[in-house]
Ligand binder design. Structure first.
Ligand SMILES: O=C(O)[C@H](O)COP(=O)(O)O
Length: 249
């Protein structure tokens, strides 16, 4: 049996301030660091032994991963970073408060921007200071792949080649247990693919911060089952809170 654990980063400073973040590189809040410690302790207690870790180019995911691995005495395992695991790019919404945006444009429009499968927010200009075209970390990425906004379909399009061409072959060949530390929407994209969730039903999936989500596979990487680690009632509350972040006050 093979296991992949997906974990959204702990609460970030902009999660705390309820701002759209996307590719903005904000740090973890104090609570976010605590959440990562809690997740690492739980994974250790449950006997996980990761052999490789994958994460994004964004520090909230990288730091969550580092805390988790440190709690598990697994600081030494190989870690691969890729821009393909970055959060969905939120275009011009990046930096705006979610509830204020709902006051201005209405709950329905904001739900479309957050959760519709194929309607992206207004794009950034290529030379906007927030654009990946002016950020050194994306210098090695082919310009045609760099987004200025994304809907989930675009996030899925850039993640799947990484899942199919890197994670799956590495697991078939040499690893039994890996962890992927990433973001609410980039992980929703992977989960949609793994569970065959429809474009309509994916709208209602909301991932809480730093709750390990376990996927078990057979040796050919066919999905057997999936489950969150932790108290189901508590997790349900956390998921509902994420869903309600962008509603009018
Ligand atoms: O980028 C963000 O703002 C968050 O990481 C995810 O936000 P969402 O739950 O509003 O999509």
């Amino acid at each position: 049996m093979k296991r992949v654990v997906l974990i959204r980063h702990g609460e970030s400073v902009w999660n705390k301030e309820n701002r759209f973040t996307g590719w903005t590189d904000v740090d973890l809040s104090e609570k976010g660091v605590e959440e990562a410690h809690k997740a690492g302790k739980l994974l250790k207690k449950e006997g996980f032994q990761f052999e490789k870790a994958y994460t994004s180019y964004l520090k909230r995911a990288i730091k969550t991963l580092n805390v988790v691995l440190d709690e598990m005495d697994l600081d030494w395992i190989p870690v691969e970073k890729t821009w393909r695991l970055n959060e969905k790019h939120y275009g011009m919404l990046q930096g705006l408060n979610k509830a204020e945006t709902a006051e201005k444009y209405g709950d329905e429009q904001v739900l479309i921007w957050r959760r519709s499968y194929d309607v992206p927010p207004t794009p950034l200009a290529k030379d906007d200071p927030r654009s990946p075209f002016v950020d050194a970390r994306y210098k090695g990425v082919d310009e045609k792949d760099l987004p200025l906004t994304e809907a989930l379909v675009h996030t899925v399009d850039r993640i799947l080649p990484y899942w199919n061409n890197t994670v799956v072959p590495e697991m078939k060949e040499k690893y039994n247990e890996v962890i992927i530390a990433a973001h609410g929407n980039s992980l929703r994209g992977i989960i949609k693919h793994l569970k065959g969730i429809s474009d309509e039903d994916i709208i209602s999936l909301n991932l809480p911060t730093a709750v390990p989500y376990v996927f078990e596979f057979d040796d050919n990487m066919n999905l057997l089952k999936d489950y969150f680690l932790g108290d189901p009632e508590e997790i349900k509350k956390l998921m509902d809170a994420v869903a309600n972040q962008a509603k009018k006050k």
